[in-house]
Design a protein around this ligand. Structure first.
Ligand code: UD1
Length: 435
């Protein structure tokens, strides 16, 4: 398995281009199931989860070409025939977002068999709200042998109120609703930019959707959708991670091709910590401060502080003067990075969903282990300021969602290299199923 070796202590300087958002690309690829025509997606990130989704769609009979027309980040998908509408456990266990194919499959083919995702490193990840919504739309759902089987000759529009805000749940039911008979009204929806991105693609495919990006979404179902072409939003979590890389090393980095509007809560917290931030419509310049200040964060649904930035923020808090209180409200067990940060010299106390980070602690290099996608990113950030050479094992977690992170960091002066064999899928433990 690959490892990163990182020598800390260099302020990062230069510019980094932000890739397309993995969490937009995954539902947009699943949306191609809804039509027999071709769907072309631009700005698809070159990360492992995208390759996993390609395999998932291909295993059902879809034609998927990544890097289409010699454009590295363009993907062409054609689901003319879906001969095997099954999401197999071997794929679902490594990428929980595979459950995103449930809604579109049953809407298009009348049948979906999707392996139950099970738990993962950050806690139980139920999909009960996806199931309840599909049942409200008339699907018959049975669960046996670890699979969910959903059937409906045609889904019908329904009034759905989510008990809890769920991002992929909103996306999954949105994709089901666009082919349902009649109107669907969904309340308490996720307002994440990834939901809006998916709705934009569906609209180009002929869907009639109102309210995406707000708590209430209305859909007038159509008999059929046609193909479409869409450019994926920039990845706000990748951007946020590099902003912290600039801030934690006291560097000066400009991110290009990003959308500052999607990062308001993160930018606000960085400013509170004393970090200098300047934005244009599609760039963000971050300049670190010698005297970072502590700040409290509490993860919330969008537009609140994203849970996917909590681990990275905690790495920054170890370098800020004073105590930062970090409250994780979205997932029950998302402090896997804490023990590893403590091994590097951080002073962090966890009590249930709250972590108190007492800074500033000088960090020193250690051998540490990545446990999930964003936890791994926090270890990379800590290593960038640690004294000595940190070895991060199991970087396949980071490869799931960050495009060539070591090359991007090297481009701004970081001393980071990858060693080991290129990771093979057969080595992926089920615990890789995060996000
Ligand atoms: C998505 C993101 C992930 C991010 C998360 C929260 C993708 C591919 N992944 O994950 O990066 O961390 O949003 O912003 O977009 N829940 C239920 N029942 C359900 C569904 C969810 O109880 O049927 C709970 C979850 O356990 C969790 C909360 O709702 O506590 C939010 O989860 P959800 O928004 O669904 O996360 P994902 O969509 O899986």
């Amino acid at each position: 398995m690959d490892k990163f070796i990182i020598r800390g202590g260099t302020p990062l300087e230069g510019s980094i281009r932000i890739s397309g958002a993995k969490n937009s690309a995954l539902p947009c690829m699943a949306a191609a199931i809804l039509t027999e025509d071709e769907v072309v997606l631009e700005n698809i990130p070159d990360v492992r989860d995208i390759e996993t989704e390609r395999r998932l769609l291909a295993s059902m009979g879809a034609e998927v070409e990544l890097g289409y027309g010699r454009a590295h980040h363009r993907t062409r998908i054609r689901c003319a025939v879906l001969s095997d509408p099954v999401a197999k456990y071997e794929i679902v266990k490594t990428m929980r977002a595979s459950s995103l194919v449930l809604g579109p499959l049953v809407a298009r083919t009348g049948l979906a068999r999707v392996a139950m995702p099970g738990g993962c490193a950050i806690g139980g990840r139920p999909i009960d709200l996806h199931i309840k919504g599909l049942q409200a739309m008339g699907a018959e759902i049975v669960q046996e042998h670890g699979y969910l089987e959903a059937r409906a000759s045609r889904l019908r529009g329904a009034h759905i109120v989510f008990d809890k805000i769920t991002v992929t749940g909103t996306e999954d039911l949105l994709m089901a609703a666009v082919l349902a008979d009649g109107e669907t009204v969904m309340e308490n929806c996720a307002r994440e930019p990834e939901v809006t991105d998916l709705a934009a693609l569906l609209t180009t495919m002929g869907a009639r959707i109102e309210g995406a990006g707000s708590a209430t979404i209305r859909v007038q179902g159509a008999e059929k959708l046609h193909g479409g072409r869409h450019r994926i939003n920039p990845d706000r979590i990748e951007a946020g991670t590099f902003l912290i890389a600039g801030a934690i090393t006291g560097g000066d980095i400009t991110l290009t091709g990003c959308n500052p509007l999607h990062l308001s809560s993160v930018l606000g917290k960085l400013r509170e910590c004393g970090v200098s931030i300047e934005t244009t419509t599609d760039t963000i310049r971050v300049r670190g401060s010698q005297a970072l200040r502590a700040a409290d964060i509490s993860t919330e649904e969008y537009p609140g502080f994203p849970t996917d930035m909590q681990a990275q923020f905690m790495a920054l808090a170890t370098q800020a003067q004073g105590a930062s209180v970090v409250t994780e409200n979205i997932f029950e067990n998302r402090f896997m990075h804490v023990q590893e940060l403590i091994r590097m010299g951080a002073n962090i106390r966890v009590d249930g969903r709250i972590a108190i980070v007492q800074g500033r602690s000088p960090l020193s290099a250690a051998a540490v282990m990545a446990s999930d996608l964003r936890a791994s990113a926090s270890l990379v950030l800590a290593a960038l300021v640690a004294e000595g050479e940190t070895i991060i094992d199991r970087v396949y977690h980071i490869d799931r969602g960050y495009e060539r992170i070591e090359e991007k960091l090297r481009g701004v002066g970081a001393k980071i290299r990858r060693i080991g064999n290129v990771f093979r899928d057969s080595e992926a433990p089920a615990a890789a199923a995060v996000q």
